[in-house]
Design a binder for this molecule. Structure first.
Ligand code: SF4
Length: 373
């Protein structure tokens, strides 16, 4: 049997956060049930066609806001997966939860249904900032839920944070990092604000209602995160992700190392049999069982570049021998000029079989990645 990971997309939110361009909708509560039925059908059809072919290593229920669904739904989805697939012994199963759409009962329901990792979207520790970015919860609600997550017995918790938010000060971000690391979650993700077209922030920015931080301040905040979190025993294992020893997110490592995964749900993407498959993004089509997929057979060049730019996101980088094992061709043969250039100007460090980004390379990672695409 082959290893496989599963991603489940839940495209519902109570409100749209001002920075978010993810595929999610507010105000579709009346469609929750229809969506779940379509999702279960999609899972079942794949499982029937691929009976006994895969062993599931990780599951990630993301969104959107999976925790918005009524109690029972996640259990049904998990039961379907557990009935139809073979599960790895050390299965990692994550659910994303919004502190404004969560309760003790829901957390308990997740735990009772084989979910063993929970990812809480907090973003900032200050209520005025949470409001400013359109989050639906307060810090007090987050703390209560965090307490419940521990009470119920979750031993693997991620907290998402953001920096370079409008009006956020260095002091705010420092306080966020210190207070959150005091709670000792096993994993912390921290991303800087990126202005995405179609978001509320985008139109506010166009109207001149706020200014983006400059790169220098953004980098300063990023290194502040590294300093504070490393002192607290967190290891930066990917450009934006920190964890306590052996608590890396296995599911995300599947993405960064180009292992196979299947995505179920609206707009979910899969990497399977050297194909990239993307589900329909049309909500009505999806709930009416018309999941027209885009299927792209990946060319070798495409796979090489993905291997490099995804792999270099991890601070341990990639192994030249792994590239060879995967593609039966040497990385130097394909990317000699790029590698020579980046090694020479200090953006990439090469040590024996290993290639990784330097500190300068992390700051200019977009420049590096774009040369491999
Ligand atoms: S809760 Fe998450 S998915 Fe929903 S709008 Fe906010 S950031 Fe986007």
């Amino acid at each position: 049997m082959k290893d496989l990971s599963i991603y489940i997309h839940i495209p519902f939110c109570k409100e749209k956060c001002f920075y978010c361009d993810f595929l999610s909708f507010k105000g579709k509560e009346e469609y929750f049930k229809k969506y779940k039925i379509a999702l279960l059908k999609e899972i079942e059809e794949f499982a029937i066609l691929n009976k006994d072919k895969y062993i599931i290593k990780t599951i990630f229920i993301g969104g959107g806001t999976p925790s918005i669904l009524p109690i029972g739904y996640i259990g049904e989805i998990m039961e379907k997966i557990f009935t139809l697939f073979h599960m790895a012994k050390n299965l990692e199963c994550t659910i994303e939860a919004n502190p404004g759409a969560l309760s003790y009962e829901k957390i308990k329901h997740f735990k009772d249904n084989n979910i063993n990792r929970i990812s809480l979207g907090l973003q900032a520790y200050q209520n005025h900032l949470l409001k400013k970015i359109g989050r639906i919860h307060t810090i007090e609600e987050f703390l209560k839920n965090y307490e419940n997550v521990r009470k119920v017995g979750f031993e693997n918790v991620n907290i998402d944070l953001m920096f370079s938010l409008p009006t956020q000060t260095e002091r705010d971000f420092e306080q966020t990092l210190k207070n959150i690391s005091e709670l000792e979650p096993e994993h912390i993700s921290t991303y800087s604000l990126i202005l995405e077209e179609g978001t509320k922030f985008y139109s506010m920015y166009e109207k001149g209602e706020f200014e983006l931080f400059n790169d220098e301040i953004d980098r300063k905040l990023y290194y502040m995160a590294i300093n504070i979190l490393q002192k607290k025993g967190y290891n930066l294992y990917e450009i934006s992700n920190f964890c306590k020893p052996n608590k890396e997110c296995k599911h995300n490592i599947v993405y960064w190392t180009r292992k196979e995964y299947i995505g179920f749900g609206l707009g979910a993407s899969s990497l399977i049999d050297e194909k990239r498959i993307i589900n329909t993004t049309n909500f009505n089509d999806y709930i009416n069982f018309k999941n027209k997929q885009e299927i792209e057979v990946l060319e070798k060049r495409h796979m090489y570049s993905e291997f490099i730019f995804l792999g270099l996101r991890m601070t341990n980088g990639i192994k030249k021998s792994d590239f060879y094992k995967e593609f039966n061709v040497s990385i130097d043969e394909i990317y000699k000029s790029q590698l020579d250039k980046f090694i020479k100007n200090g953006l990439i460090i090469q040590e024996d079989d290993n290639i990784r980004l330097s500190k300068k390379g992390i700051d200019l990672s977009n420049v590096v990645f774009s040369e491999f695409i």
